[in-house]
Write a protein that binds this ligand. Structure first.
Ligand code: SF4
Length: 183
């Protein structure tokens, strides 16, 4: 994927256009706004975090996607990016961070370690963050290149744009959180 070819203009949702007006669904407008203003919380523990730093920097420039405003406070972030090896001792902290984020919140698992434990098939390493929190997008690689991280963010944007405004209060979502013992 050539980053210079990415179209970063937000596209209008489907609707009815005429002279001086455009009508569409409220959920599509909400989805458009949410998808283009995802505020990342980087939970970086090792090498994959360096790739995210490159993604933030001027060459790849994640600001093109409306995500330049990083937050190290879970309460002011809605996109948790987990990057690096997560030791089992760290798992409760990751879970606490996730629980402190307000809804709607999304999670991207970046790199082999976060997705599956990677090469560290040992007693001390969590074999995938989806053992403790739900994950929306998995980005493979050891490490993934910045293009792959951007691709993961774009895949998440696709999901956010089409997410129903009622999903977070649906029985399916409540069931998903209950399966993780999260209220
Ligand atoms: S996936 Fe590879 S690059 Fe990323 S944290 Fe694990 S060992 Fe490091």
């Amino acid at each position: 994927m050539s980053d210079s070819k990415i179209n970063t203009n937000a596209e209008a949702p489907p609707g009815f256009a005429g002279e001086g007006f455009f009508a569409t669904k409220l959920s599509d407008v909400v989805g458009l706004a949410r998808a283009n203003s995802l505020w990342p919380l980087p939970f970086a523990t090792s090498c994959c975090g360096i790739e995210f730093m490159a993604t933030m920097a001027s060459h790849y420039d994640v600001a093109r996607f409306g995500s330049e405003r990083m937050s190290f406070s879970p309460r002011q972030a809605d996109m948790l990016l987990v990057m690096g090896t997560i030791a089992k001792k760290m798992a409760p902290i990751l879970r606490q961070v996730y629980e402190q984020m307000a809804e709607p919140r999304w999670v991207i698992s970046v790199g082999a370690c976060a997705c599956s434990g990677g090469i560290f098939d040992t007693y001390s390493v969590l074999q995938g963050i989806d053992k403790v929190i739900p994950v929306d997008v998995y980005v493979p690689g050891c490490p993934p290149r910045p293009e792959q991280i951007l691709d993961g963010i774009m895949r998440l944007q696709d999901m956010v744009k089409t997410e129903s405004v009622r999903r977070r209060s649906s029985p399916e979502y409540t069931e998903l959180l209950a399966s993780y013992n999260i209220k």
